[in-house]
Design a protein around this ligand. Structure first.
Ligand code: ARG
Length: 583
């Protein structure tokens, strides 16, 4: 990671490490000083216990030597050894002030650019001719936040929307389309209500032997590369693309057509995946199917678990495609890290794909595949979210409902705004609320889809943060109108504890973003933003701005308010949540 001189942990870490080298020898220069935020001070150094073991001394002795060797002049108040060997660190007001001023002058707000890695991210991945369900909502929203965050940290992110655009259902879908024609109202359903199209085709398939036969023959034509069939398949895919595009636009998600890398992309690579696995002695026939049996995967009966790469009829499946995709991502995209934002139930499937790819030498040890496991979204009954009739929910209508609900909140909050303005705000709030509710829960936990809670103006919600931003903007506007806006070079000077706490909180933005990039956990950024908004509220209660008579104090407070606004807006942007100008 490149330097972020405004991040207290990093500055302190560097100072402690050079102290270790001085006190204990060069070989200790890399030891982790374990600097953590602390309730007793700003931070605590917890290194003495670990070092004591290596040095064969007592932790308190070690802590005393660290204390002797470390130079925190100008950074922290003098320290004392406490408890079994902790060092409590209280930063000086001066250091916090100058770091906060540096932060204010930094376009990146303390986010340090990292050594760029190439990172394909597999996310969203809905299926052609099917409605996206709330599970897809989650992988879309979490994946997009990770893509934005990693890009912001300087990485070369390659979005890979692994849509389901191939397989046997296309036989019946094509035959169904043929009965109505590609320009029919029925075909248009693919853009607007894909499930209805799918279900109609399915119903025919179940009811008519004749239709089912044609559908099966069509699959053979499709797999054989018949031109007319491929053209019809392409039509279905294009209409679905239109549906995805509309959902992504509504969701404010960065995926475009250029990011589509669906299952069909890998068709030509599939035979070679199988023959290479066979040649390497990694795949063998089992019940007529070609399978790998990667080490360490056992079924209930304790027998080795197969990963089917070619079905007994000769067709290829989901696993084969994923193997081809790993190969492509490593050899063509030159991935350093491959991120899969996919449902938690697919854990074993992915682990077996990774293991097989490793065995085959397609996934070298230095490339790290990560499964970001996505938990289920539940209804209020605690079961997987469905409509009352038991059908899967239409994502489009769910989002429209969220926006309509937000509109009622905005109507109450801001009757003074015009219809158009209220519509725009409701859009940001409704969509933001749904996305944020998703992002603020750890990605592998389940959560209950509850619009009421998502749209609450109190608590860790998008509307709470959006409202905080709007409030700061209104303060800045008022100050501006009164001609007391802070000059661009206004100096931040801390005049009370709330200001100190807010400044320290703002300095944690860079490290928090870096942590999200490391751990791939957007909920940490949500928690951070929530705390930041709360620190602002405490600050604003303790430090009036307009009523403050001292010009430099007022300018400092305005500068802190402006910095808070920038951090909140940037943080929300990394999550893919818009902050409306007013609310
Ligand atoms: N299309 C699949 C589904 O809807 C998800 C695909 C996830 N990505 C992957 N590389 N397997 O469940």
């Amino acid at each position: 990671m490149l330097d972020a001189m405004t991040a207290p942990e990093q500055v302190l870490t560097a100072r402690f490490q050079s102290a270790f080298a001085r006190a204990f020898g060069e070989e200790f220069a890399g030891a982790d000083p374990i600097i953590r935020p602390s309730q007793f001070a700003d931070f605590q150094c917890n290194a003495a216990m670990g070092l004591a073991k290596r040095l064969g001394q007592s932790p308190r002795q070690v802590a005393a030597q660290i204390l002797e060797a470390v130079d925190l002049d100008g950074i922290a108040e003098p320290m004392e050894v406490s408890g079994p060997g902790f060092l409590n660190i209280k930063l000086t007001a001066n250091w916090i002030e100058s770091a906060a001023n540096e932060l204010a002058a930094d376009a990146l707000l303390g986010v340090a650019k990292e050594e760029p890695l190439t990172v394909p991210i597999d996310y969203s991945a809905p299926n052609v001719a099917k409605e996206m369900h709330v599970g897809h909502l989650r992988t879309t929203v979490v994946g997009d936040a990770l893509a934005r965050t990693l890009e912001h940290l300087g990485h070369n992110v390659i979005r890979q929307n692994h849509i389901g655009d191939w397989g046997t259902p296309f036989g019946m879908l094509i035959e169904h389309l043929l009965e109505f024609g590609t320009d029919s109202e029925a075909a248009d359903l693919l853009r607007t209500n894909p499930n209805e199209f799918y279900q109609a085709a399915r119903a025919k398939f179940d009811a008519s032997e004749d239709f089912a036969d044609r559908a099966r023959a069509r699959v053979v034509l499709l797999q054989g590369g018949d031109a007319e069939t491929l053209e019809l398949w392409g039509r279905i895919r294009d209409l679905s693309k239109d549906y995805f595009r509309r959902i992504y636009a509504l969701l404010n998600v960065t995926l475009t057509d250029d990011d589509l890398a669906g299952e069909s992309t890998y068709n030509e690579a599939l035979p070679k995946v199988c023959s290479d696995l066979e040649a390497a002695g990694l795949a063998r026939e089992s019940d007529g199917a070609l399978c790998t049996f990667p080490e360490g995967f056992k079924g209930r009966d304790d027998k080795p678990l197969p990963l089917i790469v070619r079905k007994s009829g000769g067709g290829y499946g989901y696993a084969t495609t994923d193997l081809a995709a790993v190969r492509y991502r490593v050899s063509e995209l030159h991935a350093n890290r491959i991120i899969y934002v996919i449902g938690a139930p697919q854990e074993i499937h992915l682990a077996m794909v990774f293991a097989t790819a490793r065995d085959a030498g397609w996934l070298p040890a230095e490339v790290e595949p990560v499964h970001v496991k996505i938990g289920n979204v539940l209804g209020e009954d605690g079961k997987i979210l469905r409509t009352r009739s038991g059908a899967p929910l239409r994502l489009m209508s769910l989002l429209q409902e969220a926006v309509a609900h937000a509109r009622r909140v905005v109507d109450e909050l801001r009757p003074d705004l015009s219809e158009e303005e209220r519509d725009a705000v409701a859009q940001d709030v409704g969509i933001g609320a749904v996305k944020y509710a998703d992002l603020s829960t750890s990605h592998d936990a389940e959560y209950v889809f509850d619009l009421e809670r998502m749209l609450a103006l109190q608590g860790n919600t998008a509307p709470y943060l959006q409202y905080a931003v709007a409030r700061i903007r209104s303060i800045l506007r008022k100050a501006d109108a009164a001609g007391i806006a802070a000059p661009a070079d206004a100096q931040i000077r801390l005049s009370n504890d709330a200001e100190r706490a807010l400044a320290l909180q703002l300095l944690q933005f860079g490290p928090t973003v870096a942590q999200v990039g490391q751990l791939l956990e957007p909920h940490r950024l949500c928690a951070y933003l929530f705390q930041t908004a709360q620190a602002f509220t405490a600050f604003y209660e303790a430090s009036p701005i307009m009523k403050e008579a001292d010009e430099s104090v007022r300018a400092s407070r305005l500068a802190l308010a402006r910095l808070t606004e920038r951090v909140l807006v940037q943080g929300l942007a990394l999550l893919g949540v818009n902050a409306p100008q007013q609310m």
